[in-house]
Write a protein that binds this ligand. Sequence first.
Ligand SMILES: C[S@@+](CC[C@H](N)C(=O)[O-])C[C@H]1O[C@@H](n2cnc3c(N)ncnc32)[C@H](O)[C@@H]1O
Length: 208
Amino acid sequence: MKKIFQDKDRDWNNYYNAIKDRPPREILIMAADMFEKENPVQMNADRFAIDLGSGTGIDTIELLNRGWKVFSSDKEQKAIDIITGKIKDEHKSRLTTAVAAFDELKLGKADLINAGMSLPFCNPEKFDQVWKNITEAVKPGGRFSGNFFGDKDDWTKFEDMTFHTKDEVRNMFEFFEIEYFHERDEDGESATGEKKHWHVFSVIARKT
Ligand SMILES: C[S@@+](CC[C@H](N)C(=O)[O-])C[C@H]1O[C@@H](n2cnc3c(N)ncnc32)[C@H](O)[C@@H]1O
């Protein structure tokens, strides 16, 4: 029988506490480095990123530290409160936030759309439209960085989450050049200590 991941008892606070000291995600660092390497003259202050499903902002804060303007959103008020509570005063003018589900957002044009371990939590019925909105919002020459869960992940038992095969993920990037693609397919633990099989695709792609 299928189950619901984000049921009424789901408390993202456990996750937020578990990751509070985590560094930014590797692919976000790689993606941000790619911009700086490709155009060292452009100021990061002229770059705009959207961090979708930002959680406690591990990636949002890295982008702010690098000087980017960032729009950070999550459907949990608590997540946005944690971010706004911990950012430095001098970064405040470069951060905008929203408490909203992926499908409720009207995305402006962005140099980078980052979605660290968040899009798999999108309801499958909403995913295609959300993905279309994301691909349209990335500027030509801009990038997407983020993760998708594969069809071998233990959490495929949850019907409110979205999973893809490797081919499906690659096909989603029709209008992009894939610059980095990594598949994790191994037993491990969730951030809150649950043993599970991980099947995760991590992608950085540049819009053509
Ligand atoms: C695993 S956490 C990842 C958080 C952060 N990006 C990170 O790398 O630590 C997933 C986040 O997605 C958010 N989320 C889940 N479903 C969502 C939805 N439909 N719309 C927006 N955010 C959602 C959760 O509230 C949670 O903060």
